[in-house]
Design a protein around this ligand. Sequence first.
Ligand code: CKU
Length: 605
Amino acid sequence: MLEYSMLYPRTTLSRRSISMDGMWKFCTDAKSAGEQEGWNDGIPGNDRIPVPASFQDFYTEKDIREFAGDVWYEKDMFVPGEWERKKIFIRFGAATHRAVVYVNGRRITEHEGGFLPFLADVTDAVRYNAYNKVVVKVNNELTVTNIPCGETHILPDGKKMNRPYFDFFNYAGLQRSVHLVAVPREYIFDFDLQYALSGKNASVHYAVKTTGEHAVELSLLDQTGKEVATAKGKNGTLEVENARLWRVHDAYLYRLVVRILDGDAIIDEYEQNIGIRTVEVKGTSILLNGESVYLKGFGKHEDSDIAGRGFNICMMKRDFELMKWIGANSFRTAHYPYSEEIYEMADQEGFLVIDEVAAVGMFESLMNFMEASTGKKTAFFEKETTPILLKAHKRAIEELITRDKNHPCVIAWSLLNEPETTNEAAVPYFKEVFELAHALDVQKRPRTFALIMNSVPGACKCYSFSDIIALNRYYGWYVKGGYEISEAEVLFRKEMDEWKALNLNKPFLFTEYGADTLGMEHKLPSVMWSQEYQEEYLNMTNAVFDSYDFIRGEQIWNFADFQTTEGILRVNGNKKGIFTRQRQPKDAAYLLRKRWKELPPYYKA
Ligand code: CKU
């Protein structure tokens, strides 16, 4: 069990949560000399930067955009006197990729893993009714002992540089919201929910963890605020008559209230929206509430101009509007867990989410995804450092599942993206991560990982771990693009026939397929990179998808153009977006919209 509670910070009658978002003092530390210089007591200079945001895209100096190493943040926070007998935490939505937290000069905690929340327990470090100095050292260097994987390169002039083994810019910093939180000494730590439907009724089985021994009581309210079920005890069942289910684009949410009681007095109270629904894989079907669903949607990124990977509430709203417009019902959080606000919105809008941990870049080469397509073999999981990586990966899975398990939108866990699977060394590694996810999730949601191009039936040693087989395929782009597209289709169908012959009796899902397309480029007849080619490509892939009954979903790469490291394969970023980075449609958006709106609701069921 994690040493701190992952519950989203909320103010209730027993809890307080104050946003620490806004402008923070900021500086880079190229020499990693901050501690020696005493920066834990206060950082030098007078520069200020917004939180949440990536630090890279504000400045005009390339040395800052490309910076690899330590950066420092500082903010003064006032701690109210009436909180004196409470537990006080600072909750970081994420710090990419690792952080050390100081309060009033004192080292409080550290955390590694850049896309999941952590808490600094500052109860004994703060002064009440006074300002307290919070200083955070954040480091963005990539390694092969942490996820996502990559390396840090030293240039001849001594400057460090990020070398990701993945295809997105290594944005970093305090990219998510920071909260100052006060909870009672005895507080609600965590809870699990599990659903069973019978006829019109539903049972919500629950298990609540608290930090004490007082009685626990639960109450479930409908959207009008009417109480529809109650239960007592740390473990039990809420029986809901005539339950309204959580469905795609018809997402009914109940309000769950959990309390710790001392007689009639409330010691702690926590509230959260929940959705009643079941998820299951049966044969080649993905079942939501027992009904087959065909996934339509995207692999996305958290990525926008200026804010980088920073949580961007305006982009979030626009993205959901575009996904509704185009007829999507799902997305994958490629290639890392997203900001919690995004899952909350998916809960409300009724989108199905494949929740991915940041296990990307598990292929040893710089442009790994290119070389992987050529069939080049590497033994990524055979390194001396693999046990350290596995430990970090498992920790991230635990944090992910603990954070996201109670979102109705989360229907599956993606435990790796495009790892090297053709070597036996991958097998014991996979076994550990897949078993862990199963053990941690009481809902036993399906687990998957995205298979890279060379993970084909004859070569991949790991696909049988997956409950849903998720393929990333680029026939017609990396393989036989342009005028050779007819040959690409032949090869694509040949591979699908091989999968079919295995008779796995599992659903298949395309978690990636796509073609780079420049938003302004038109050409008749088509050439690769033109809008016309993106449509030609989609007509080919869609025909293949429609030919195989066991293909139960298509999530195109990518929702929008996004920033990557510069290089000869990328034109200021990856341009496979169906929308531009500014969230306007390319021509292919209209083609997809027509297809997705016309596919019958129970397609292939
Ligand atoms: C995408 C073999 C394909 C791997 N896939 C990973 C993703 O992160 C990349 O952006 C390829 C691409 O566009 O090349």
